[in-house]
Design a protein around this ligand. Structure first.
Ligand code: SAM
Length: 227
């Protein structure tokens, strides 16, 4: 089985039916044609009207953090990837109401987006906040962060680019560090964790984790220049 087949077979999400509010439905109908990225686009950068550093957030959930980051870092272009329709609807409403021209959305499996729509060396930063922890051992294979996935990400990123992960699930944090250690072109910035960088706001799942008493950790890696 080659890497491509392996990555495509095991999904890191389950499509939850999740009810769409009428506002989210309308946002998908009216705003996705404007801010969404078609599957046919072979280079995500084409979806923007200007050239700018490109940041990708994978699994943005309800999109609150993404909208906040895009508003706070107006000199960067942001691509959000999420499969959960109500979350995409919420983000689109927020992008539109705040007039955020620097956000585009791919409502598709991030593994597929990376394989088909991201040119090598085109991403400056990738942010993945509170990916599903899949706590049961038999589900660990569903975790998004795996060495093969990180290898693919790294291939799409610029040398010196930054990968930023956060989790509230201690065993997943350990797992992330082990996966990172298997990818020679990734270099940890922290020791091993970093204090929450100022560019990351609190997220919905982070607040849920905190209420349960979980410790939150941030992991930042840099792509080695030779990687
Ligand atoms: C636990 S939630 C975290 C959401 C948000 N980042 C937060 O902190 O509130 C993880 C999200 O990742 C999305 N997701 C998981 N695997 C994905 C994939 N392969 N492609 C796109 N989205 C994915 C899920 O749909 C879910 O909304």
């Amino acid at each position: 089985m080659n890497e491509q087949t392996h990555l495509r077979r095991i999904r890191s999400f389950v499509r939850r039916p999740g009810r769409l509010t009428p506002g989210q439905r309308r946002a998908l109908d009216e705003l996705l044609p404007r801010y969404g990225i078609d599957r046919e686009v072979a280079d995500l950068r084409e979806a923007f009207e200007r050239a700018a550093p490109l940041v990708m957030e994978i699994g943005f959930g309800n999109g609150q953090a993404l909208a906040w980051m895009a508003a706070n870092e107006p000199d960067k272009n942001f691509v959000g990837i999420e499969v959960h329709e109500p979350g995409v609807g919420r983000l689109l409403k927020s992008v539109d109401s705040h007039g955020l021209d620097n956000v585009r959305v791919a409502m598709r499996d991030a593994v597929e987006v990376l394989a088909d729509q991201v040119v090598p060396g085109s991403l400056d930063e990738v942010r993945i906040y509170f990916p599903d922890p899949w706590p049961k051992k038999r589900h660990h294979k569903r975790r998004l962060i795996q060495p093969a996935f990180l290898e693919r990400l790294v291939g799409r990123m610029k040398p010196e680019g930054l990968l930023h992960l956060a989790t509230d699930w201690a065993p997943y944090a350990e797992w992330m560090l082990e996966a990172i250690a298997e990818v020679p072109s990734l270099e940890l910035v922290g020791n091993p964790y970093v204090p929450r960088p100022q560019w990351r706001p609190q997220t919905h799942f982070e607040r849920r984790g905190e209420k349960k008493g979980h410790e939150i950790v941030d992991i930042v890696c840099r792509i080695r220049p030779s990687g």
